[in-house]
Design a protein around this ligand. Structure first.
Ligand SMILES: [Zn+2]
Ligand SMILES: [Zn+2]
Length: 105
């Protein structure tokens, strides 16, 4: 056993305050998921518009999330776009497009 605690009461107090401060900050500023826009600006993951370059995205007809170029799949009937992952998951449960209600495959 060490003869005395290696951390002084003063230091313990400082560490406790620091941890408290951290948790307070986390409560005040929840970390939102972000993605980089083509212009390099970090925007909220679900945002349909970049506030810097004013680019906009169509919402996915299933999730409402922005349709990013490399993740789009289009309905063969109505041509509306959806995110590939959402589309594939959706079609496992329902046989028709949620937009035009026609068979999508
Ligand atoms: Zn942008
Ligand atoms: Zn459709």
């Amino acid at each position: 056993m060490p003869e005395k605690n290696l951390i002084s009461d003063k230091e313990k107090e400082e560490i406790r305050d620091w941890l408290l401060q951290l948790s307070v900050n986390q409560n005040q500023e929840p970390v939102l998921p972000t993605r980089p826009c083509d212009c390099g600006y970090q925007i909220y993951d679900a945002s349909l518009k970049c506030f810097k370059c004013k680019q906009t995205w169509e919402p996915c007809i299933i999730t409402g999330m922005p349709l990013l170029k490399n993740q789009i799949i289009n309905c063969q009937s109505c041509g509306k776009g959806a995110l590939k992952d959402a589309w594939n998951t959706y079609l496992q449960a329902y046989p028709t497009c949620p937009w035009c209600n026609k068979h999508a495959k």
